[in-house]
Design a protein around this ligand. Structure first.
Ligand code: IPM
Ligand code: MN
Length: 352
């Protein structure tokens, strides 16, 4: 099969972890006789420095022409420390999500048998955890009207959702639940927010179309609590943009390191695959960052964008093997030898 992939390495550790995902993907392509064409393009602070814009039109064209986008990370501390900066790397990510129509962000949380004791939670709390948070990605408070009034002394951000936006996200959630544990949790704040009441009403109306799925409705504050108490009690959770942003960071550490969890963003045009972690600027250029989240994102890409399940499973199985044999970066090494980012990538490619 010919795979035409846009490669957006981005900022911080992005380029280092992306390099490993490319190595591993190329090894898979050789083994299964696929032909990958990688087309690199600029995003984030790297793009601001080069062309003054975090998601240039030229990058958008590369993404639209590709079958899938593999993305590293975006963000740079020199913008975080300057609240008055008008151009920010993160705007590139939001613009990319909007222009590619990536309305659904799939963020799984699962455990690795050999890493259970790395989790901040007790073994009995997390064993068997395998959940997916499906986060709405192109609506809500992230994209609502915002501004200042009263001479700058009052600020506002508005959260708006349409029934159609809720329906398309919820439909994916129901369909995903049907392929898994058939349980769907709608996470909202319907005791306070009107947008949440629209979410709840819309999802309730859809229940009849998916009679086999058991749906629960929970308030986001309660879910924040239950996620650390009994993460293994959830199957698929659907939620709006900001709640999903917060809950997915919370869920991402359950597995034992931020550097492990992959994600997919899907929607109208090309799907995008990226690690959940950010640009980790303190580690940039040091060859110490954990590449597994990006490599597992490449596995999701093989499976979801190209239907290549066996290829994806091979990547996951060598990742598990590397964890079991302790071929890991410093975040997971404990007292044992820590391998470099590139060494982990080399080991995985060789084992494929
Ligand atoms: C994420 C990130 C982004 C978000 C930032 C970088 C804009 O935190 O992908 O979760 O808030 O969506
Ligand atoms: Mn986030």
């Amino acid at each position: 099969m010919k795979l035409n992939i846009a490669l957006l390495a981005g900022d911080g550790i992005g380029p280092e972890v992306i390099d490993q995902a490319v190595k591993v993907s190329n090894a898979v392509a050789t083994k299964f006789n696929h032909e990958i064409t990688w087309t690199a393009a600029l995003t984030g602070a790297a793009a601001i420095d080069a062309v003054g814009e975090p998601y240039p039109d030229s990058t958008h064209e590369v993404c639209m022409a590709a079958d899938a986008v593999l993305f590293g990370a975006i963000g740079h501390p020199r913008f975080d420390n300057d609240p008055k900066a008008t151009i920010r790397p993160e705007q590139g990510l939001l613009k990319m999500r909007k222009k590619l129509g990536l309305f659904a962000n799939v963020r799984p949380t699962f455990t690795f048998p050999s890493l259970i004791d790395n989790s901040p939670l007790k073994r009995e709390r997390i064993e068997g955890t395998n959940l997916i948070i499906l986060r709405e990605l192109t609506g809500g408070i992230y994209f609502g009207e915002r501004g200042r009034k009263d001479d700058g002394n009052t600020a506002f951000d508005t959260c708006t959702y349409t029934r159609a936006e809720v329906q398309r996200l919820a439909k994916l959630g129901f369909e995903m639940a049907m392929t898994r544990g058939k349980r769907l949790c709608c996470v909202d704040k319907a005791n306070v927010l009107e947008t949440s009441r629209l979410w709840r009403e819309t999802v309730q109306d859809m229940e009849k179309d998916f009679p086999e799925v058991t749906v629960s409705y929970e308030f986001v504050d309660a879910v924040a609590m239950r996620l650390v108490q009994w993460p293994n009690s959830y199957d698929v959770l659907i939620t709006e943009n900001l709640f999903g942003d917060i809950l997915t960071d919370e869920a991402s550490v359950i597995a034992g390191s931020m550097g492990l969890m992959p994600s997919a963003s899907i929607g109208i045009h090309t799907s995008l695959f990226e690690p959940i972690h950010g640009s980790y600027p303190q580690a940039a250029g040091k060859n110490i960052a954990n590449p597994l989240a990006t490599i597992l994102s490449a596995a999701m890409m093989f499976e979801d964008a190209f239907g290549l399940k066996e290829e994806a499973e091979l990547i996951r199985s060598v990742v598990n093997k590397s964890l079991a044999e302790g071929i890991v970066t410093e975040d997971l090494a404990g007292k044992n030898k820590a391998y470099k980012t590139s060494e982990v990538g080399d080991w995985l490619a060789k084992n494929i």
